[in-house]
Design a binder for this molecule. Structure first.
Ligand code: ATP
Length: 475
């Protein structure tokens, strides 16, 4: 059994051992902060994506989807402010050459202090960050004698800004004019398509555009597994509203997004809202939904009131009018925007951390344990595993028939090797909510044993009912 401290390590190992997440390019010793999703990881990720997409688009008449390209005109990032502002204050240790994000360095140190002292330090840090007071941040680090974890010294450089965007060349000529960026957020693809979607979809404000796609950030301190990656996916929705109504919509989306998280059955005590201390250059209000990961409460999703900043900037830089004529009030305006932005990979980590459980099942007679992923059934990679009790007497054929009946509705898995107990344990470890065993009695009375993952209870049900039992749970 792992302790709280090493639970996160156990989760990372479990993800690798059971085909959820592999370090990228592993046979070449990996690539820092880049990961690949394995056979079950890819399914789980897709299910999370579908769940978000469906609840944002299909269940909202006034939200439509978009799939914009990763490459975009370089001026977009000038207009959005990313070229000038998308940076984090960094500091290097001169002895080890290790680079730290200033806020991470101070946060890690604050955790080692008594609570009141730690909070006072973080409050001071927030104040300095807000004022972009880099000299003050350096003094704060030095006054607290914060050491580099590698060299153990306090020999620090000045605090500097470091831009997080990756750049590359478009075309074969390597002059500056061809330099483009890998998008650091999906949002700008939505803003520059605002008029296309509004006009062709005849959308009326308030309405939203949702998008799922890759984003890239050259994170300096990439750590905590898939929590902070250099290549990741975002699920973002930009909601366009009449100026002056943004506060109301901001509150509405805060509530709605929290309900989305709770709809997956997680304990509400493991979520909290955290207002941003320092607002991004485009925002007039911003809050994070934080989740209690094994390494503490951390940001899972951001909800931002982005004002009319982005559309206005694109209007100015492109010299194209980006406005909406509101027939209800007979006025032209640049809409205000409420954004909901969640990392798909971070959501994946949340789902896995919340689902992972090590259980001691020992009895006085026998030591026993299991690792179970209590995934919400609708997100589980495999919904139903079917086991013939033996490899003969027509039982495998009966099992395959059941799979044939179910596989067009949900993902099934067939397994005939090892004892039934071992087969159950393997399915527990990947979070399969239902296992069905086909035995000799099935041939006599048409019933099967269905076993429920979380309670481990087994019941006898008609074979013909299996599909409905699973469907009821995953819809
Ligand atoms: P952080 O403070 O953790 O760097 P952020 O405030 O910069 O995150 P946003 O720009 O608001 O993040 O991005 C929206 C969401 O995208 C975040 O809530 C998070 O879920 C996800 N995200 C951001 N950066 C990363 C990353 N490097 N790896 C994985 N997910 C990320």
């Amino acid at each position: 059994m792992s302790t709280d401290q090493n639970k996160f390590q156990a989760i990372i190992s479990h993800c690798k051992e059971y085909g959820f997440v592999f370090p990228s390019s592993e046979i070449y010793d990996g690539l820092s902060a880049v990961y690949d999703y394995g056979q079950y990881g890819a399914e789980l990720k897709k299910n999370i994506k579908d769940y978000w997409w469906k609840s944002m688009t299909q269940l909202h008449e006034n939200i439509v989807g978009l799939d914009a390209a990763i490459f975009m005109h370089p001026t977009i990032w000038k207009a959005s402010g990313h070229v000038d502002n998308f940076s984090d204050p960094m500091i290097d240790n001169k002895d080890s050459n290790k680079r730290y994000r200033v806020d991470h360095l101070l946060e890690a140190f604050a955790e080692t202090l008594p609570e009141a002292e730690g909070n006072a330090l973080l409050a001071k840090m927030d104040e300095l960050l807000k004022e972009n007071d880099f000299a003050g941040l350096k003094t704060l680090i030095e006054d607290n004698k914060i050491k580099c974890s590698v060299s153990g010294t306090c020999n620090w450089t000045e605090v500097r800004q470091f831009n997080l965007m990756f750049s590359t060349q478009l075309g074969s000529v390597t002059d500056e004019a061809n330099e483009i960026y890998l998008r650091p957020e999906t949002a700008q693809g939505i803003f520059v398509n605002f008029l296309n979607v509004q006009k062709t979809g005849r959308m009326k404000v308030p309405f939203g555009i949702a998008q799922i796609g890759k984003a890239f950030r050259n994170e300096i301190v990439a750590r905590q597994f898939i929590f902070r990656m250099r290549e990741f996916e975002q699920m973002e929705m930009q909601f366009f509203v009449r100026p002056g109504t943004q506060q109301e919509w901001y509150e509405k989306w805060k509530e709605e997004r929290m309900q989305w998280h709770l709809s997956l059955g997680t304990d509400p005590a493991r979520y909290r809202f955290k207002d941003h201390a320092k607002l991004a250059h485009y925002a007039d209000a911003a809050v994070d939904i934080e989740f209690e990961f094994p390494f503490g409460f951390k940001e899972l999703e951001g909800i931002h009131s982005r004002t009319d900043f982005d559309l206005k900037q694109h209007q100015e830089y492109s010299r194209k009018k980006i406005q909406y004529f509101d027939t209800e009030i007979n006025q032209n305006y640049v809409p205000y925007v409420i954004e909901t932005s969640i990392g798909l990979d971070r959501m994946f980590l949340q789902v896995i951390c919340n689902a992972y459980e090590e259980q001691d099942l020992s009895t006085p007679e026998k030591a026993d344990s299991r690792v179970v992923l209590k995934l919400p059934a609708k997100l589980a990679p495999i919904k139903l595993a079917v086991f013939p009790l033996t490899k003969k007497d027509g039982l495998p054929e009966a099992a395959q028939l059941l799979i044939k009946e179910c596989k067009q509705y949900f993902h099934c898995y067939y397994e005939e090797k090892d004892s039934i107990g071992k087969r159950y344990r393997r399915q527990d470890a990947i979070g399969t909510p239902f296992c069905v065993t086909i035995d000799h009695q099935t041939k006599e009375d048409g019933t099967v044993t269905i076993r429920h993952r979380d309670s481990m209870e087994q019941e006898r049900v008609p074979l013909t009912e299996v599909r409905n039992i699973v469907m009821n749970k995953i819809m």
